[in-house]
Design a protein around this ligand. Structure first.
Ligand code: BEZ
Length: 251
């Protein structure tokens, strides 16, 4: 599988929409002062900081040391740790877990759900959002076609974009009770004239792997996608979101 590396400065500069959309999730979570809340996949820390501002005792974890370094620089008062959700082994008893735009990076969905379930106390709740079935389908379709034309092997995915039934089954298997699930389109404006190229460089390793000249591949791809994904003066990613709420049964 292509290894995804993160550039935290580019992430904050060009992809702040990730955290912006995530602030919606905080309304859904409804954090209360004093609650212990885990931000599972905290990136550069924005949502963890918002939860702390609401009076919660927050732990933020991310598998990327670069992201955690940047988050610690920005929010030195927060408890931020490098950890992999698949083998999450924190002190248990969290009142709630929030996860935004992270779980689609973990094809071992059952292991990540089990890690989250372990962290929650009985009666604790989960609010999560990830890419859902059909996410970035236009971008993936064009990249797959170009790879085939160039004789590159099929992109090996590396992303996990489930539908409602599939992901509900994953959470239930991990011992959580699903209380709500929504699958919806969220066309997302990408900042800058090179918005799609920047997005591909930041997130697109699974689509670009093996291309002998990455810049040329990106140029070809953006030329092709322009007529579909560049409009109203901007680039747009065809995001589909899966939002789920769940609880760990009490007792
Ligand atoms: C997403 O947030 O949907 C996403 C981000 C990066 C790559 C693929 C999908």
């Amino acid at each position: 599988m292509a290894v995804q590396r993160w550039d935290p400065l580019l992430y904050d500069d060009r992809h702040s929409f990730v955290a912006r959309h995530g602030s919606d999730l905080i309304g859904e979570l409804d954090p209360r002062p004093g609650e212990r809340i885990l931000d599972a996949g905290c990136g550069t820390g924005d949502l963890a900081a918002t939860l702390a501002d609401a009076g919660a005792e927050v732990v933020g974890v991310d598998s990327s040391p670069e992201m955690i370094d940047r988050a610690r620089e920005r929010f030195p008062h927060l408890d931020l740790r490098v950890a992999d959700l698949r083998s999450l082994d924190l002190e248990p008893g969290f009142d709630a877990v929030l996860s935004n735009a992270v779980l689609h990076w973990i094809p071992e969905a059952g292991a990540a759900a089990a890690g989250i379930a372990r962290a929650l106390r009985p009666g604790g709740r989960l609010v999560a959002e990830l890419g859902g079935a059909g996410n970035v389908g236009t971008i993936q379709g064009a990249a797959r076609a170009l790879r085939a034309e160039q004789g590159l092997p099929e992109a090996d995915g590396g992303w996990y974009f489930p539908g409602i039934d599939e992901y509900s089954a994953v959470l239930e298997e991990a011992g959580l009770k699903v209380t709500g699930a929504w699958l919806f389109d969220r066309p997302t404006r990408l900042e800058g004239d090179d918005g799609l190229a920047d997005w591909l460089r930041m997130f697109g390793a699974p689509l670009l792997s093996g291309a002998p000249d990455t810049d040329a591949f990106i140029d070809r791809l953006t030329d092709r996608l322009g007529p579909v994904l560049h409009h109203s003066g901007s680039w747009w990613a065809d995001y589909v979101r899966l939002r789920v709420t769940a609880a760990k049964p009490a007792g």
